[in-house]
Design a protein. Structure first.
Length: 96
């Protein structure tokens, strides 16, 4: 799954990630397998940052399931998620 940063300047392959989390300023950061950290998005409250982090984890879980699903399972997921994600293999960080 690809994650596009909030400012749309960066994209990250989730499979090349070692860690993702929220810092004390409610910023969601990602650490790549190369050991570099990058900002994915900034949020006004910790609660909102936690919601977005949960969305990322859920989207990645859905994508991981999709990659290993049967054709019938893939069609089900496409129909289920097409209303929520334009492309469910790409997660666009929400503005707020």
């Amino acid at each position: 799954m690809i994650i596009v940063s909030q400012d749309k300047k960066w994209s990250f392959n989730f499979s090349n990630t070692t860690s993702i989390g929220i810092d004390e300023e409610n910023t969601i950061k990602i650490i790549t397998t190369a050991g570099k950290w990058n900002i994915l998005g900034n949020y006004k409250t910790e609660e909102r940052a936690k919601e977005v982090l949960k969305e990322i984890i859920t989207a990645n879980s859905n994508f991981s399931y999709f990659k290993n699903a049967t054709e019938e399972g893939k069609n089900y997921i496409i129909n289920l998620l097409k209303h929520k994600y334009e492309q469910f293999d790409i997660f666009q960080m929400p503005k707020e």
